[in-house]
Design a binder for this molecule. Structure first.
Ligand code: NCD
Length: 348
């Protein structure tokens, strides 16, 4: 049981508090952490779909407690000392990979980044071969990003260690949805009953899918706004309201989540032109004014400035984009720690 160290150090004035009170407070902290970690019982994190609302909230609560560590001068914990984390990225990534790397290092783990360009994947080695080779090196955590939906789940069945899905095709990106939820909860104080609009390339977006599932599970009202060509068939079945015009969809919205136009995944022509796309679906000042007065803006990155979002909005006072990046490290620390803690408990 290691998770109690997630709590902040006791405040300095503690020495003047009566002993009984101190004892009770540390006891209740340990108890609370035990309850928190006991609510997350999964050996892997493969998607949001397989989590219960209690498990989702547990991870968000744990992540909230991890934010303080990254704000300290010395950002190092020891809970993962002696453990090995491998980040296996078959698709390029800047923020997700660096965020997982920092999260592992801040927990004290040895972290290795497996870069696709330098690996044997280019020589035709399969996903499973690569994973089995890494598995033989006895990692504790394998963080995997792959262009095929279901890749993380497949690996989880083959390897001995815990697998964390860092994005599999257009399927899921669970840590992104968790960090988005933490960002929203810290900014708005809650998630339930908020109106969240996810806008743009929903068709190719694992971020949209994980977010829709998570936000619905926690009681938000989710909308998607996109041209028909960028909406997957049957999206309504995920429990969203569908709009094809920003002017209608943004009315009464609390959170606007913009998505990157994923041109690398577009085989045909899904939008007439970039200029036209921005004109009808880009978030600029006029469109932001349609949403609620206190509406906030998010984007998972990387952003196409001037394509789905205007720079003045991305860098403006209502943007949560930098907070999202900060929360990314906290969420990944919490997920890694919860999974390892869970594994140690079930193995003992
Ligand atoms: C997202 C991804 O890779 O799914 N980005 C990210 O995780 N930082 C979204 C995207 O690529 O547009």
């Amino acid at each position: 049981m290691h998770l109690h160290v997630l709590f902040h150090p006791k405040p300095r004035e503690n020495h003047i508090r009566p002993l009984a009170c101190q004892v009770f407070s540390s006891y209740s902290q340990i108890l609370m952490t035990k309850t928190l970690s006991a609510s997350f019982t999964q050996p892997h994190l493969l998607g949001i779909e397989t989590l219960s609302p209690v498990e989702i909230e547990t991870l968000i609560d744990l992540a909230d407690q991890s934010v303080a560590i990254s704000r300290q001068v010395k950002k190092k914990k020891t809970t993962l000392r002696g453990r090995t984390q491998i980040n296996l990225f078959f698709e390029s990534s800047t923020r997700t990979q660096s965020s997982f790397e920092l999260a592992g290092k801040r927990l004290g783990a040895d972290v290795m980044n497996m870069s696709v360009g330098a690996s044997s994947v280019k020589k035709g080695e399969t996903l499973i071969d690569t994973a089995m080779t890494l598995n033989a090196m006895k990692p504790d955590i394998l963080v995997v990003r792959h262009q095929a939906a279901g890749a993380a789940e497949l690996l989880a069945q083959k390897v001995d260690c815990s697998v964390i899905n860092a994005g599999d095709g257009a399927h899921e990106h669970p840590t992104q949805a968790l960090l988005d939820a933490l960002t929203i909860r810290r900014a708005k104080g809650r998630i339930a009953r908020l109106v969240v609009a996810i806008c743009g390339d929903v068709l190719h977006s694992r971020v949209a899918r994980s977010n829709i599932i998570l936000l619905n599970a926690l009681g938000a009202r989710v909308r998607v706004i996109a041209p028909k060509t960028l909406l997957p068939a049957g999206i309504e079945e995920l429990g969203v309201e569908v709009f094809t015009r920003m002017e209608e969809g943004l009315k009464g919205v609390d959170i606007i989540m913009m998505l990157r136009l994923q041109r690398e995944r577009m085989a045909g022509s899904f939008v007439p032109s970039i200029r036209e796309y921005f004109r009808y679906f880009g978030l600029d000042r006029q469109r932001l004014d349609i949403a609620n007065e206190d509406a906030l803006v998010m984007h998972p990155g990387p952003m196409n400035r001037g394509v789905e979002i205007a720079s003045e909005i991305a860098d403006g006072p209502r943007s949560l984009i930098q907070e999202q990046v900060e929360m990314g490290v906290a969420v990944r620390m919490a997920v890694i720690e919860a999974i390892i803690d869970n594994r140690s408990r079930t193995n003992s």
